[in-house]
Write a new protein. Structure first.
Length: 299
């Protein structure tokens, strides 16, 4: 009973936040990655504004190195729900000399999303960007407010944040500023999966155990892909795996798993001693990798 009550409380809080966004901002957007958290946000937004349609578009910052299953799911979801989708591509910024492609063993386009995101915010004049970050994911996320102010360069200052007393959310911003909004800040990974279970939310197939061609490096399981750097001595094999988090294919490792249902995933997470983002190589580049990216304008 307590878990049900907690879930209802979290859902109610998220719905309240969505309604406050529409009430306080003129031009919001939902940042959509195709992952479980942003898919959960879509369901919550549906509930917040039912029977009307979701009153803001979705925007995907496409690295060009995504899991095909994620892109297929994104396009089907948008079509089925009749949603507006904006896609901006990192490749376009590389082609135009705005971003520089990384090279080498741990190269990734994940950090390059920041330039593309900031350019898109400026292009469409979005004043609120809704994202699926949660405080339990990573220590830099834990410092974030639900309404998190970004300056006119898109930068985040963790020492200059507004107090959020009880449920009072202050969306007042100066010209040039925008706000990142996190409706599921107070949720945990298990909360998300329990909600997916109770709501029967469809998610991309890569979250479930499946056979995939992989290779192992540094104790992590990598997808054998043309986008992932692999040295000649690193051999591939077929292994049963799944993904706990979905990002750029070049920085998202898999975990060995036989969990092929939501219920099995929930049990696996309960038994796991590894954090959700333990398989994200971009978080391991330095002790403060996430915080540095956020200060530069990352999600």
């Amino acid at each position: 009973m307590s878990s049900i009550l907690n879930q209802n409380t979290l859902e109610s809080e998220a719905i309240y936040i969505f309604r406050e966004v529409v009430a306080q901002f003129e031009n919001p957007v939902l940042l959509f990655s195709g992952g479980k958290d942003s898919i959960t946000l879509v369901r919550l937004a549906q509930k917040a504004f039912y029977p009307a349609r979701i009153p803001f578009p979705l925007m995907h910052i496409d690295t060009g190195h995504n899991f095909p299953e994620t892109i297929e799911f994104r396009d089907r979801l948008v079509k089925d729900l009749g949603l507006d989708l904006i896609v901006r591509k990192v490749q376009d910024d590389i082609d135009n000399g705005i971003s520089i492609e990384e090279k080498g063993k741990y190269s990734s386009r994940n950090s390059l999303q920041t330039n593309t995101l900031l350019n898109a915010i400026d292009e469409f004049k979005f004043d609120a960007c809704i994202g699926g970050a949660r405080r339990d994911e990573e220590k830099a996320r834990a410092k974030e407010r639900i309404f998190s102010i970004r300056n006119d360069f898109g930068e985040w200052d963790e020492k200059n944040q507004r107090p959020e007393v009880f449920d009072m959310l202050n969306g007042r911003i100066d010209i040039g500023q925008n706000v990142r909004v996190f409706p599921i800040s107070n949720w945990t990974e298990l909360d998300v999966w329990n909600y997916i279970d109770s709501e029967k939310i469809e998610i991309p197939s890569i979250y479930f155990a499946h056979d995939r061609e992989i290779f192992e490096r540094d104790g992590l399981i990598w997808t054998a892909s043309e986008y992932v750097y692999k040295e000649d001595h690193e051999t591939t094999e077929t292994k049963r795996v799944r993904f706990r988090t979905v990002g750029d294919i070049t920085c998202t490792a898999a975990v060995a798993s036989n969990a092929d249902t939501v219920q099995k995933i929930i049990q696996e997470i309960r038994d796991s001693a590894i954090s959700e983002r333990g398989a994200r190589i971009d978080d391991k580049r330095s002790e403060a990798a996430m915080e540095t990216r956020k200060q530069q304008g990352y999600f």
